[in-house]
Design a protein around this ligand. Structure first.
Ligand code: BDR
Ligand code: CA
Length: 314
């Protein structure tokens, strides 16, 4: 039976791909949005547009505008001011089902045991939901999130973007006792975004695939300007594949802490990679995805986009 998924996201091209992969290989029960790559209104519109183009009949609930403690920050230099800058976007015909994503998450997870929650943005909504309803942790099959890194960060030398935006939320989620799978940069950088991926998406030919190819092109232009390399990682679908195709990701149960105080390391995930007796005496809390079967993951993503693209809107 296909896994039933809730995706909490901040599209961003890679969040959009994650939604398509979740809808094709799982049962996408609902979508919640969180301020991250772009402000909340923009990422909510982008999630709705993704549903519209790929014919996904799924409710979108808007959530947190800002992180728990930190000042809001976005990623216009990578994803554009709107999160979907670049292509000419069609008119948006969908509306959010509510602006109460946290209430929606609590109600839905309480209403059905065994859902997977897949956060692909800052963990603000998830942390608030668990704080208000700690029983959610035992109702879920697990939380498979994109964020953190067992190596370098991207937004700072130490911190990955989703963790840096809301480190307090991430710390709360990682210490919640839920079954947690982590797709950090050390994993997601194994899923190469380059001109070849854009070309393969474009060749699929439907309006959704072409939008994704245009977004990838914009991302590569930005990456080249910011990093000097026309290259990046397709991060967020990895958190979905960890649920729908666990065989494509090798993982190990490890202790992961979030640095909240460091002058240079705030938002860093400290992953205990040591072996045996050297390991932290704290119980391991995260299934740390470390090795991706990239050819299979890439094939699965293209298969999902091809399957859903051009679906008539319900
Ligand atoms: C993460 O940050 C965002 O820019 C992407 O959508 C991904 O979720 C990568 O650091
Ligand atoms: Ca994201």
């Amino acid at each position: 039976m296909a896994a039933r998924l809730l995706v909490d996201c901040d599209p961003g091209h890679d969040d959009a791909v994650a939604l398509v992969v979740a809808a094709h290989f799982g049962e996408l029960v609902g979508i919640t949005t969180v301020g991250g790559n772009a402000p909340l209104a923009d990422v909510t519109a982008n999630a709705l547009l993704t549903c519209q183009l790929f014919g996904l009949d799924v409710e979108v609930h808007a959530g947190a505008v800002r992180p728990l403690v930190a000042a809001p920050r976005h990623a216009p230099e990578i994803h554009g001011v709107s999160g979907f800058d670049g292509p000419t976007l069609p008119d948006l015909e969908r509306r959010p089902a509510s602006t109460e994503a946290v209430d929606y998450l609590i109600e839905t997870i309480r209403g059905e045991e065994g859902l997977w929650l897949v956060p692909t943005g800052p963990l603000t909504n998830v942390a608030i939901a668990i704080r208000q309803a700690p029983d959610l942790v035992d109702r879920l099959a697990g939380i498979s999130f994109m964020g953190g890194s067992a190596g370098p960060g991207n937004r700072t030398p130490a911190a990955e973007f989703n963790l840096l935006v809301d480190p307090e939320a991430a710390a709360a989620v990682l210490s919640s006792g839920a079954r947690i799978h982590m797709a950090g940069l050390d994993l997601t950088h194994q899923f190469t975004v380059d001109d070849a991926l854009s070309a393969d998406l474009r060749a699929l030919g439907g309006p959704g695939a072409i939008l994704l190819a245009d977004l990838v092109d914009g991302y590569l232009d930005n990456a080249e300007r910011v990093t000097g390399r026309r290259w990046g990682g397709l991060h967020d679908p990895c958190a979905v594949l960890a649920v729908t195709h666990p065989e494509v990701i090798e993982s190990e149960l490890r202790r992961v802490e979030v640095e909240l105080a460091g002058t240079f390391t705030r938002g860093m995930t400290v992953v205990d990679l040591r072996a045996g007796d050297r390991r932290s005496s704290e119980a391991p809390n995260v299934h740390h995805g470390h090795t991706l079967d990239h050819p299979t993951a890439r094939r699965l993503v293209l298969e999902a986009v091809a399957a859903l693209d051009g679906e008539p809107a319900p």
